[in-house]
Design a protein around this ligand. Sequence first.
Ligand code: ZN
Ligand code: ZN
Length: 144
Amino acid sequence: MTNAGSNSGKCFCGAVQFTVSGEPAGMGYCHCSSCRLWSASPVNGFTLWKSDAVKVTQGAEHIGTYNKTPRSLRKWCKTCGGHIFTEHPDWGLIDVFAGVLPDFPFKPGVHVHYQETVLRMKDGLPKMKDLPKEMGGSGDTLPE
Ligand SMILES: [Zn+2]
Ligand SMILES: [Zn+2]
C-alpha cells in the first residue's frame, strides 16, 4: 500500500467535503441490520480511519448526527440527505462509507456481521460471524 497522501470525499450534493489521510485501519463490508436499515442497501462498504485522519474541510454546519446507541454517531448531509461517515468513539475510529471516497482505492479485506447477511458474497474474503476479537466480537468465521 503506497497511498500515504490524502484523499477527498464529499456528500451527494457536495456541500460537505472532507479529507482522509494516511492509511485506513481496515476496509471491508458490513452485513449488520443497522447498516442495512440506515444505508438502505443490502451491504455497506466501510473504510475505518483513526479519528484524527478525517478532517471536514467544508460544510461542517450541514452535517446532521443520529445516534441510536452511543457506540455509533451516524453523520449525513442535511442538505442532500447523503450519508457521509459514522464515528465510533469507543474505538477512536471513523467509518467513512467507501462510496463517498470516489478516488480512494477501496480494497476490502473482510466481511463483518456475516451472520446477519441477506446478500452472500463469494469473493474468498474472510467472513466474520460478528466482529474480530480485538473489536469486541467473537472472532469466529462462517462459511461463505
Ligand atoms: Zn450534501
Ligand atoms: Zn454494520
